[in-house]
Design a protein around this ligand. Structure first.
Ligand code: MSP
Length: 663
């Protein structure tokens, strides 16, 4: 068991939370839930940043006190996180007395070390950023993030940041994990190597802040105030809580506030002689489809509560965790949102759950059967499970939430293939296959148990509902319980229930990229399957109703799951020769990342000479039924555009390994 203290930035209280805020918070919550699943001792902190000139100004404009203003907006954040299912252990406000006390302690400790002195601040200050900027950072009278700057002259206390540059560099060199991903670490290194200048840490022109303990005419600079929240929420550096959780810290933050966290914060702590946190993880920004900043122009499309109320909070969390890359910016569009939910949740995960549980209900009265007769298909699925588990754990250790989900989905998709290849509805028709059917149904339930447990941090409501239906006891809802295959008890009564993830009916306009305002409605959930006795066994088990389109599709339009049935793969041409019996054909051997090369007959001799083709990376339709063409069996088809002498084989970049999935 290990200990981890996960923090989000504390949010400015100048409006309701948007998708960007929800992203950091969901990511932190997902990590917190993951660590709890792993049995770790977790503390998860979030909160609000309530001091500063901006707040003072907006309160004045509204004609209310700053305190009344921050009480109202901080409550909006808290209520939003509660509604979104954020499992924070503590919610800190910089107006909390417990916080103000620790800010003053930090100031005193830095001062006692001789690192604070009185001077005069002259420079550009941006209220929008609550930050000072150097001359060379100002473009057209604005800060790099576009806020207006004003020339400010006032007496101010300074912090000897310059003194800590070399110490910080030593620390960063010794701890390359301190800032992740690596690109952000490098950015910080370059900045610190460039030399640090002392910074102003107090203001006299505002009142709304923590008074400096040595000179109450000054209030503490908002960033020194705000960063201290991570320590003040533990009661200071010398409490039972901080002895337990500090420095086992993971700060999550957006790319715009790296400098404050990775440069100022450690230097403040070094000056006070307080220990440094262990690591911080920096994510990119969510922007509108055209790169617009999150803000009023995007309307309610980016209000997390609106999205959660329309589609469900698990769907919102899943989308953000699955699509958000930690390294780069991400654009938010309704189309991408709906596609993800329909593809991954309704089709893949939802189908697997409803198919499996409804077959169990039909063939075994919804009771998990005894194990039966094993076969090769089981080994294939087990091998996927064995491979996914360590990859998932590795991805979560590296905070690669997106990769973690992709690896869980390998098992989900393999299990759906397992249903297709074992065809339980065919087994059910043959009394001699009873033992085989039992094994298949058991295997499906066990796979669902494992997938549901792994997805608890990503889909807390739905995964828990699935575990309830499977009858998995609370003490088995742990990461450790997914290390053993076969824990699900035979004889457990399950409950089939409605589809877990209703498909979202896609409004026509949602197909247009750029349409940011969600108008789609979740389709009605499928009805619970009928009891076993009422349902005649079918020749084939189609995907359950939950996955079917709510309205008949327009002519020629296919659903995503039709497309998903095509196995398009990268392949490399190893050899090429003319077909002995047909002038228009070439016989190729291609590497598709499988145990042995495949033979393909392709009608491309009029365009390509065999020697032109060797070494090319091409697109292979890998699951086309084998076909004998003039005596040679062709296993698949290469995709090409055009015809005859102008035909071109579709190419993919040569560095993609054979077998890479295209889709
Ligand atoms: N109050 C400071 C943080 C102090 S922490 C000691 C602050 N607040 S903020 O509300 O402006 O931003 C909080 C977090 O939300 C930051 O990590 C920021 O990067 C993140 N985001 C704000 N807008 C965002 C997007 N559009 N997309 C992703 N994250 C974004 O900064």
């Amino acid at each position: 068991m290990s200990t981890i203290y996960i923090t989000t930035p504390i949010y400015y209280v100048n409006g309701a939370p948007h998708v960007g805020h929800a992203y950091t918070t969901f990511a932190a919550d997902t990590l917190a839930r993951w660590h709890r699943l792993a049995g770790d001792d977790v503390r998860f902190l979030t909160g609000t940043d309530e001091h500063g000139q901006k707040v003072e100004k907006s309160a004045k404009e509204k004609g209310i006190t700053p305190k009344a203003h921050v009480d109202a907006t901080s409550a909006l954040f808290r209520a939003a996180w509660d509604e979104l299912g954020i499992s924070y252990d503590d919610f800190i406000r910089t107006t909390d007395e417990r916080h103000e006390k620790v800010v003053q302690d930090l100031w005193r400790a830095m001062e006692a070390n001789g690192d604070i002195y009185l001077g005069k601040y002259e420079g550009w200050y941006s209220i929008g950023d609550e930050a000072y900027f150097n001359e060379d950072e100002i473009v057209d009278g604005k800060s790099p993030s576009g806020h207006v700057v004003t020339w400010t002259v006032e007496p101010s206390y300074f912090f000897r940041l310059s003194k800590y540059g070399p110490k910080l560099l030593d620390f960063l060199r010794a701890n390359p994990e301190f800032v992740r991903p690596e690109s952000r670490y490098n950015e910080v290194m370059r900045f610190v190597e460039g030399g640090l200048q002392d910074i102003s840490i107090s203001r006299t022109t505002i009142e709304w802040g923590v008074p400096s303990p040595s000179d109450p005419k000054h209030v503490v600079y908002v960033w020194l105030d705000a960063l201290t929240n991570y320590m003040s929420a533990l009661g200071g550096p010398d409490t039972e809580l901080s002895r337990k959780y500090w420095p086992h810290v993971l700060h999550l933050l957006g790319k715009d506030i790296v400098r404050f966290h990775a440069v100022y914060w450690p230097c403040f702590l070094l000056a006070a002689g307080w220990p440094l946190p262990k690591r911080m993880f920096v994510h990119g920004w969510w922007v509108g489809v055209d790169g617009q900043k999150m803000g009023k122009s995007l309307g309610n499309a980016i209000e997390p509560l609106h999205l959660a109320r329309t589609y469900g909070r698990d769907c919102l969390r899943y989308f953000l965790m699955r699509e958000g890359t930690f390294g780069t910016d991400n654009s938010f569009s309704e189309k991408a949102f709906i596609d993800r939910i329909n593809g991954d949740l309704a089709n893949d995960y939802g189908n697997l759950a409803s198919r499996s549980l409804s077959m169990l209900s039909r063939y075994e009265a919804a009771v998990v059967p005894e194990r039966g007769e094993a076969d090769r298909d089981d080994d294939v699925l087990r091998a996927v499970y064995e491979g996914v588990r360590p990859e998932l754990i590795r991805a979560m250790d590296e905070l690669a939430l997106q990769r973690a989900l992709a690896s869980i989905w390998e098992l989900v998709r393999a299990a759906n293939k397992y249903v297709d290849s074992t065809a339980p509805w065919v087994l059910a028709r043959d009394p001699a296959k009873k033992a085989r059917l039992r094994e298949v149904l058991y295997t499906l339930c066990e796979t669902l148990r494992i997938v549901a447990t792994w997805t608890l941090p990503f889909l807390p409501d739905k995964a828990a509902a699935l575990l309830d239906r499977l009858g998995v006891p609370a003490e088995q809802r742990t990461l450790a319980a997914t290390a053993t295959w076969g824990l699900l008890k035979s004889g457990t009564q399950t409950q089939p229930g409605d589809g877990l993830f209703p498909r979202i009916e896609k409004p026509a306009e949602a197909a247009e990229p750029g349409d940011a305002v969600p108008t789609a409605k979740p389709a009605k959930p499928a009805k619970a399957p009928k009891p076993a006795a009422e349902v005649a066994p079918k020749a084939a088990e189609p995907a359950p109703k939950a996955a079917e389109p709510a309205k008949p599709a327009a002519e020629g339009i296919i659903e995503y799951d039709h497309f998903a049935r095509l196995h398009l793969r990268v392949a490399r041409i190893l050899t090429a020769a003319r077909h002995p019996d047909a002038d228009r054909l070439l016989v190729l051997s291609v590497d598709a990342g499988e145990a042995a090369p495949r033979t393909i007959c392709a009608g491309i001799a009029v365009r390509y000479a065999p020697e032109d083709l060797v070494g090319r990376a091409v697109v292979l339709l890998a699951n086309l039924a084998p076909r004998k063409i003039r005596g040679i069996v062709s296993n698949g088809m290469l995709l090409a555009a055009g015809e005859g002498p102008t035909l071109e084989l579709l190419a993919v970049p040569g560095d993609l390994p054979p077998g890479t999935v295209i889709g």
